[in-house]
Write a protein that binds this ligand. Structure first.
Ligand SMILES: Cc1cc2nc3c(=O)[nH]c(=O)nc-3n(C[C@H](O)[C@H](O)[C@H](O)COP(=O)(O)OP(=O)(O)OC[C@H]3O[C@@H](n4cnc5c(N)ncnc54)[C@H](O)[C@@H]3O)c2cc1C
Length: 342
């Protein structure tokens, strides 16, 4: 019989679990139910015991490693904390969110436990064995993996499971002692970009995609790049959407041929040679909707597009709703409505 451990960690408040951790908890609860396996949840963070109440409703055994050493992500301390949780749980299957904090240490912890690890897991199922799925080759090939080796560590991609949302309750938490290694890395603080500069927001409900049309000559014979930039940034500010880009738009900066949108980089590029983000909704603007771009929309729930071209790719079955309209006019109106509402 399998023994399942879900490794979780706290968010920047220090005392609440991250959304990705709660998603891993849901996956663990479901897998334990399918397998009639025992479930343990391990929590790592400065005040891990305070965070435990949010998952008390699972009925799982709760383990915590707490203290100032875990206030900041750091390889030496996080690896020691996760190792201690794994040894205390004696788990055969270890699920963890594929967050930057755990992605950094999980392979090392698996090695210390003599285990195996697979990453970017999108779903789990259970027959006689535990099966995990992940995508390869730019989300084109989906593989199902199962392993004999134990302990088996599985890092789950964010957004692939619903976050656990049980009633918070008083929790009985076992505090696990950690023998800390010599710590050479001191975290002096965090530097994060301004909200306007950070345009990639994986947790946003909406993906807003800008295409090359924003920088093309418009019906008046002129280009309006400055206005395009203002409209896009205003929409991102008002809606909290994440910003994606077509390759044609992202490439313009690299080629330096004309003034382009300075806040866009190749990190924003969606598609075959870009990213495949997960959002509930997507709105494409000034983009033609060609296949190498739309392949990156695989995990977008509801798709809408604004294009001047009634024969664009979006109208050929790639979007749920297409507005044949001028995106400059539409987005100006949308921004005004959002502004009035806020
Ligand atoms: C191997 C390979 C890999 C590729 N990988 C990717 C990838 O990862 N991602 C990607 O995006 N592309 C990729 N491409 C390129 C892709 O095929 C397209 O060339 C690209 O997506 C086109 O970008 P676009 O639609 O923004 O630009 P365009 O094709 O120039 O389309 C601009 C659109 O904007 C519309 N428009 C103009 N003004 C307005 C307005 N005022 N209002 C509304 N609409 C307006 C026009 O009608 C037009 O439809 C790849 C291509 C190859 C060969």
């Amino acid at each position: 019989m399998e023994t399942i451990l879900v490794l979780t960690h706290v968010d920047e408040t220090g005392s609440a679990l991250t959304k990705a951790s709660l998603e891993a908890v849901s996956a663990g609860v479901e897998l334990a139910r399918q397998h009639t396996a025992t479930l343990t949840i391990g929590i790592l963070g400065v005040d891990a015991t305070a965070a435990a109440g949010a998952v008390a409703a699972t009925g799982a055994r709760l383990l915590a490693v707490s203290g100032e050493a875990f206030a900041q992500p750091r390889y030496a301390t996080d690896a020691a904390g996760c190792e201690a949780l794994c040894r205390a749980a004696q788990a055969s299957i270890v699920l963890a969110p594929g967050s930057s904090r755990f992605t950094r240490v999980a392979a090392g912890v698996a090695h210390r436990l003599g285990g195996w690890i697979d990453t970017h897991i999108t779903s789990l199922s259970s027959n006689d064995s535990v099966d995990a799925t992940r995508w390869f080759y730019r989300q084109r090939v989906e593989a199902t993996i199962s392993r004999e080796a134990r302990p088996w560590f599985l890092l789950l991609d964010a957004g692939t499971h619903a976050a656990f949302a049980g009633e918070a309750a008083a929790a009985q938490v076992e505090v696990v002692a950690v023998t800390l290694p010599t710590v050479r890395t001191t975290v002096e603080g965090l530097r994060s970009p301004m909200r306007d500069a950070q345009t990639i927001r994986p947790d946003a409900r909406l993906l807003f995609v800008a295409g090359a049309g924003w920088t093309k000559k418009q019906p008046d014979g002129q280009i309006h790049v400055a206005e395009a930039g203002e409209l896009i940034l205003a929409f991102l500010r008002l809606s909290g959407a994440s910003l994606g880009s077509s390759k044609s738009l992202a490439d313009q900066k690299a080629e330096g041929e004309q003034s382009v949108l300075p806040f866009l980089t190749h990190m924003n590029q969606v598609g075959q040679t870009g990213s495949t983000p997960r959002h509930a909704k997507g709105l494409s603007t000034c983009c033609h909707g060609e296949e190498p771009h739309v392949v990156g929309w695989r995990f977008i729930g509801e798709r809408r597009a604004i294009s001047l071209d009634p024969n664009c790719g979006w109208t050929r079955g790639k979007a749920d709703v297409v507005y044949i309209a001028d995106a400059f006019q539409v987005m100006a109106k949308v921004n005004a409505l959002l502004e009035a509402r806020s």
